[in-house]
Design a protein around this ligand. Structure first.
Ligand code: SF4
Length: 364
């Protein structure tokens, strides 16, 4: 177990978040410099390997089948397509590829085997491989680990209380269960959330408490600013201010000093000055590429210009942890169990999710 502080309370976190900004920035930057190289930022590439048609009702997500958005759904990409994109990403400075599939959970079978092959292929390119595939069982996590997965992403999204106001098709404890299953392997945990969904500061602090009290803490915490997409229940949310983003990044840095804090969705709305302040406050990763799953993201060329301007260097892969070994499918020690992760079906309805669903029925 790590020696990090794990008994953070909401009061502790709020006291940090609400500090005068200069004090907050100074404290966060000081901690950042102890644990990380302040002039190095990891560039990660997010690939949507299966887009749209998801049965869940996450209020922020244009990939939920029940809402009417202009997302074009795609079947699972081939291993060759993924390899070509990973090579392109590597040549433009990415050291990590994160593959996202719009699934509620992983189902054993051909498609999961294909994803395992993608993991093997990218790991052999000497890039960190991350997957975000929904809920997984321990056996599925072990099979991903065997293939050479470096990280598994499963976001907590918000505080437990606010989560119920955004998603009604599964519970917060289901998220924690998947994170726990990942923790039983040598795969690292990536888990963060989204601000700007209408939550209050207590909810932001609640999410950070949920993450920082995990032991060990997640190796990676993405902080996203909501990109409000037409047709989703959160379509009318106002963009978050850069000050909120800076405070969130700095607070995450202070309560999780070793963690890679990722400046994720919403960067198209941020100026370079704003992003520079986030890097100073402890953000040490960005996602590259003109799309973040389905929402817009700055072009990689623009990001590289920004790096040059700020004197930042892209981080090499496997800095925090050595490259995992890849075991071929034929040598796997795990059998396919055909099991499904268990999840709770909360008996509550979210009015704005229901309204968006009804509107979609009329428009479809
Ligand atoms: S966030 Fe993931 S689980 Fe939720 S609707 Fe979108 S694709 Fe599905």
């Amino acid at each position: 177990m790590s020696e990090m502080k794990h008994n953070w309370t909401k009061e502790d976190v709020l006291a940090i978040y609400n500090k005068p900004l200069m004090d907050l920035l100074f404290d966060a930057a000081t901690i950042h410099r102890v644990h990380h190289d302040p002039n190095t930022v990891q560039v990660s590439t997010l690939l949507s390997i299966k887009t749209g048609g998801c049965p869940e009702d996450c209020g922020y997500c244009p990939q939920a089948a029940r809402y009417h958005t202009d997302i074009e759904g795609n079947d699972l990409m081939t291993v060759q397509q993924v390899k070509a994109q990973a090579l392109r990403a590597k040549s433009s400075g990415s050291s990590r590829v994160c593959m996202g599939a719009a699934w509620r959970n992983v189902k054993d079978g051909e498609e999961f085997d294909q994803v395992l092959e993608m993991v093997r292929t990218i790991n052999k390119l000497e890039m960190e491989v991350c997957c975000t595939l929904g809920m997984i069982t321990e056996n599925q996590a072990q099979r991903l680990a065997e293939a050479g997965l470096y990280a598994y992403n499963h976001n907590l999204d918000s505080s437990e209380e606010y989560y119920k106001k955004v998603i009604s098709t599964r519970g917060y404890e289901d998220r924690l269960e998947t994170i726990d299953n990942v923790r039983k392997t040598n795969v690292t945990v990536c888990s963060g959330g989204i601000i700007g969904m209408g939550e209050n500061i207590e909810d932001r602090a609640g999410m950070l408490v949920a993450l920082a009290t995990l032991n060990p803490q997640p190796e990676s915490v993405p902080i996203n600013a909501l990109v409000a997409v037409e047709g989703t229940p959160l379509e009318d949310q106002k963009p978050v201010s850069i000050w909120d983003m800076v405070r969130m990044v700095a607070t995450a840095r202070i309560v999780m000093p070793e963690t890679q804090v990722r400046l994720s969705a919403g960067r198209t709305e941020m100026s370079r000055e704003g992003q520079a302040m986030c890097f100073f406050a402890g953000a040490n990763s960005i996602f590259a590429g003109d799309k973040l799953l389905t929402t817009p993201n700055p072009d990689v060329g623009e990001d590289m210009e920004m790096f040059k301007l700020l004197g930042l260097n892209p981080q090499k892969p496997f800095v925090k942890k050595t490259q995992p070994e890849t075991i071929e499918a034929t040598d796997s020690q795990y059998q396919t169990l055909g099991e499904k992760p268990k999840w709770t079906r909360p008996n509550h309805k979210i009015e704005r999710n229901e309204e968006a669903k009804q509107k979609a029925k009329i428009l479809k």
